[in-house]
Design a protein around this ligand. Sequence first.
Ligand code: TXA
Ligand code: MG
Length: 330
Amino acid sequence: MLLEALILKDVRCVVQILPINDESIAQAVEALSEGGLVGLPTETVYGLAADATDGEAVAGIFAVKNRPTFNPLISHVTGRSMARKHGRFTPLAEQLAEAFWPGPMTLVLPKHPDSDIHSLASAGLNTVALRAPAHAAARQVLHGLGRPIAAPSANPSGKLSPTRAAHVVHGLGDAVSIVLDGGACAIGLESTVIEIRGERVVLLREGATTREDIIDICGRALEEASGGIKSPGQLLAHYAPDIPLRLNAEKPGNNEVMIGFGWVDGDFNLSSKGSLNEAAAALFDTLAQANTSGASAIAVAPIPEKGLGRAINDRLRRAAHNSTDKPSAS
Ligand code: TXA
Ligand code: MG
């Protein structure tokens, strides 16, 4: 049922802000399963939700938020049983999830080899960020979809996080067709992100679960990760391929494996139809395959420096420099 249709002044489009009931939950689940984006309330902030296993849908999140880089996203789950299919749980991770889920605590764990969370959602890393939200609507949508939901805050990159449905519409306009209206978020601040590295607990982002509460449960000091994954060195170390990478190539040189885009074809093509969303979804997997193809270097076709192309080029430039000291643009 359409409660409120907002005709936005300059975008001239209709965004459905729906009250939460069985019908709107079903509509949100359907939109997600078709690769759409949905504004979803959680107890922390409103999320811009996509099926985490659908690469093009996840690429849509980065496009809509206008994120200049591919930062890894949190994948939301119903609880530990779903989470265990995607992350490798240790007894320590179990203990933390049992204490804080559902709730505003995100666990970064080694990615389970059978996980189908798309590589773009975890930005090509071999870890995943998992959280079971406490908000009833978010939980119902998760149960309905039956798969993890990638959802960063539903605001344009660099702007304030949304804590009401109207904030989502104001920030993102018609980029989402549906926003479930759960009223004001109870917490209004993002979840705390901690990474489990063996027996160590590393605080990657301060948030709604206090460090004191975490220390109480895990019985050990938290290690600080200055800036967490946002730390450029960390990102670059993870991202660098083992072989050199050449940008803006029109054709491959000797012993180069060619990654094409659009009409510039190659051994791989990020998107033969020239779609930046499709290219973003294919990027990490294609680089990994090129890296192990046996070639001595990688050549990549030019990618237009617009929309998601900026984030793709950011990633490619880092890979090309293969260094750990270039600043992040995020
Ligand atoms: O409260 C929240 O956490 C909200 C609501 C919507 O649930 N979501 C949210 O998601 O803030 P997102 O995707 O914007 O948060 C991502 C945070 C970033 O700090 C990111 O660097 C970190 O989680 N992160 C995600 N995956 C990671 C990984 N594999 N390793 C390290 N950090 C990771
Ligand atoms: Mg955010």
